[in-house]
Ligand binder design. Sequence first.
Ligand code: C5P
Length: 419
Amino acid sequence: MRDTPPAEPAAAAPADDLAGRRLVLGLTGGIACYKAAELTRELAKAGATVQVVMTEAAERFVTAVTMQALSGRPVFTSQWDLRAPNAMAHIDLTRAADAVVVAPASADFIAKLAHGLANDLLSLACLARPRERCSLLVAPAMNREMWDHPATRRNVAQIAADGAAVLGPASGDQACGEVGDGRMLEAAEIRDEVVAHFQPKVLAGRRVLVTAGPTYEPIDPVRGVTNRSSGKMGFAVARAAAEAGAAVTLVAGPVALPTPRGVARLDVQTARQMHDAVLPLAAAHDVFVATAAVADWRPAQVAAHKLKKADGHDAPTIAMAPNPDILAAVARLPRPPYCVGFAAESHDLAKHAREKRERKGVPLVVANVGPATFGRDDNALLLVDAAGERELGQGDKLALARALVREIARRLPAAQEPR
Ligand code: C5P
């Protein structure tokens, strides 16, 4: 088992994740302005209307022409712009907006926000926005020493205390040649943060543990037994739970999927490793969602060297041993989290799900048609609990995962103290 590298963004967001959202995208002075061009496209592709506002310094790094072409809307750069009929662009810009996203946000601009200064169009618009319905998301971008400076730390803490969401920054190579904290997040990461921002926080304060993917049971150093689970459903559940405000731990079998933002991930290979990773963590979580397609059996002996084909001899017979049932073991804990099992069936979904619910001793089983969903981006779910059945019809896995997260949140005992 090993810890994985930092989270990467998902490759693409579903096309309608930001449908109907009206965003003001503010650019302030910094090399990272080049990423704002890409961000504009990402936000627009996800369905948002993007109104770009640039400071004078931002225009030194990227032109308004570029930003207008990408956003499909005239860019605002000055508080003296007479295009607004009432000459009050700083007021009008945010009255119909759902959020202002400042990316990149320079140290200077964050200082202005912290002190309520308002001497250019973007800072005016931030100060004048209706805070209860237009949020402020800020993606800092600056040299590591500037980011580390006590004045910047104070200002960042202040804007967070005033209600701004601070996105990042990331760590790594900087345009100045130094290495450290202060890089702006990548465009797709900021897009994912904006998408997450708009999801209802139905799991705020909760801790959620998810298993995902197949397991791999070695026969010898080069061969093994596994299955066709892609891990997509479990990763979608982890992402949806994080978007809903939960602290999420994802224990993943061998899959080639990026870690959803904000999710802590542990990679394992075998069922026993997954069991050993999950069991000590489970009691500290409020919810356990077992989406992994855990191998039921493993080769009883793992050969130290590659099994050789001996001329004229029969194929080897591989003795198998049963793997531990992780979900059932978690459900048997003295104070188990709310346990959600998955059932990949080929027929009689409800019947098998009900049986599985009883057998594993879990309150909720989610059934799907295994062969129809393995490796695909869409799925359909049937939820079976003590109260009966509920269908979540065909949809992409992230949309279904968000719906499932809402269903789980509704079922959590209200009196249960977050762990
Ligand atoms: O027993 P079966 O494999 O049909 O049950 C499926 C459910 O149990 C899934 O939620 C799966 O993640 C979980 N499971 C487990 N450990 C196993 C086998 C299945 O956690 N060894």
